[in-house]
Design a protein around this ligand. Structure first.
Ligand code: PSV
Ligand code: MN
Length: 427
């Protein structure tokens, strides 16, 4: 399915007058306050968010999944869906693959298709949390941390293979989400599990080419509920620091206990130069993978504030952060949900850029708590949607990507092409 330039032009024609009015009003207001709107629009080009290959199908829970129709049935179709999202938003220029769900059987063809869709390959993701058909040893009681060295070796070899696939695609990083943990007190020796994990990761780290990075996720619960081998950022940070310069912590928004101050974790990691990757989603209860910014937009804004300020100072020499959306789509159309997530990310980023950081710093130093919170709130309460629209317009994208998708009945076209009951690989 192809979206033509004239379809976008026709769509934008109805919205353009109103958009221009709103954009001019907001930019003159912000410019008079010393905010350089043009530089924000320019910098947004750098804010490219990877879409994982497992996000394009109908998600669900262990209780069931509901078919969406027209979802991609193979890696090629997944690349095309991400290409479409990027075309409509100009902010999803990367795709993140999961092995074995999306093995690139013919890397040359896959690389060419990605290029055609203006996409790069972001981090590769390994999977030692499921047993695959024909797999020799089970991961039921762990993988990289397992007490049995043969199981550990199998998991290490899998991760190495994932790196090799990534090399063929031009990816430069591996993300390890280690599901290992225990369900019962006494089941696992914490020290041994952590030590085994470190040694396994060391072997994987040493397999990476010189220009690769390793991102280590953490998660306090699930699939095991008593303990997790890498439960928190401290453990991930400890492993990354012990492994070396090219190992980093990855923060997934859904992997925290309720009310954790995630923005402070982000700030600490950037100060130490160890924030490698970031997975966006939102949640009400646990790791429920809801649309980014749908539940806690203020938290997202505060996180971006720490990212923007931290990366400006960058005393720890933090490398550019690899951003990805890691959400699941139970009842919404996955493409629409991903666009809504990209909208939230873009808006939070813009809001964090319009914070009057000089006055905020002065207020902090003058111990003026009220003024400090007024400054933060002023940015958060500003409606910056016209800046996001202007960014999209300048890149030939629709002023409202969700409405464009629906008005042009793009899902129906995908259903016509791919069928209503096709199965998507992955979660
Ligand atoms: C499970 O929590 C998870 O969402 C992790 O965050 C990984 O990034 C992803 O699955 C795929 O392995
Ligand atoms: Mn994740």
């Amino acid at each position: 399915m192809e979206v033509k330039k004239n379809q976008i032009d026709d769509f934008n024609r109805d919205l353009i007058t109103n958009h221009q009015m709103e954009f001019e009003f907001l930019s003159s207001k912000l410019n008079s306050r010393g905010v350089d709107v043009e530089s924000i629009i320019r910098d947004m080009e750098e804010l490219q968010i990877a879409i994982p290959s497992w996000a394009l199908g109908a998600g669900g829970t262990r209780f069931g999944r509901f078919a969406q129709g027209g979802t991609p049935g193979n890696l090629q179709e997944k690349i095309k869906d991400v290409g479409l999202i990027h075309h409509l938003t100009h902010s999803a220029g990367k795709i993140s693959l999961h092995i074995p769900w999306d093995i690139p059987e013919n890397p040359t063809e896959i690389v060419a298709l990605a290029k055609e869709n203006a996409l790069e390959f972001d981090a590769m993701n390994s999977n030692t949390f499921q047993d695959q058909e024909g797999q020799k040893l089970s991961y039921k009681l762990g993988s990289l941390s397992h007490v049995n060295s043969n199981v550990r070796q199998q998991a290490i070899d899998h991760n190495k293979k994932v790196i090799d696939y990534g090399c063929e695609l031009g990816s430069k990083s591996l993300t390890v989400w280690l599901a290992d943990g225990s369900n019962h007190p006494g089941q696992s020796n914490f020290r041994r599990a952590l030590n085994n994990t470190f040694k396994s990761l060391e072997s994987i780290y040493n397999h990476m080419p010189e220009d690769w990075s390793l991102y280590i996720e953490y998660k306090p619960f699930e699939p095991y509920f008593y303990s997790t081998v890498i439960p928190d950022w401290g453990t991930s940070f400890h492993l990354a620091s012990s492994l070396g310069e090219r190992a980093f912590t990855l923060v997934d928004l859904g992997h925290h206990l309720p009310n954790t101050n995630i923005e402070q974790i982000v700030s600490t990691l950037i100060s130490a130069g160890k924030l490698g990757g970031f997975h966006f989603n939102d949640s009400k209860f646990a790791d429920d993978d809801l649309t980014v910014g749908s539940i806690k937009p203020y938290q997202l804004f505060l996180i971006f504030n720490e990212i923007v300020q931290g990366m400006n100072d960058n005393v720890g020499g933090n490398p550019p952060i690899a951003y990805m959306i890691d959400a699941s789509h139970n009842i919404k159309d996955p493409i629409v949900d991903l666009i809504q997530s990209l909208d939230s990310i873009g808006l939070s980023y813009i809001k964090s850029r319009i914070i009057d950081s000089k006055s905020l710093n002065d207020a902090q130093l003058k111990e003026d708590t009220v003024l400090a919170s007024e400054i933060i709130n002023d940015a958060f309460q500003t409606d910056v949607r016209s800046i996001l629209r202007e960014y999209r317009r300048r890149h030939g994208a629709p002023l409202d990507a969700v409405r464009f998708f629906e008005k042009n009945e793009l899902r129906s076209q995908l259903i016509d092409e791919r069928g209503r009951n096709n199965l998507t690989t992955g979660l």
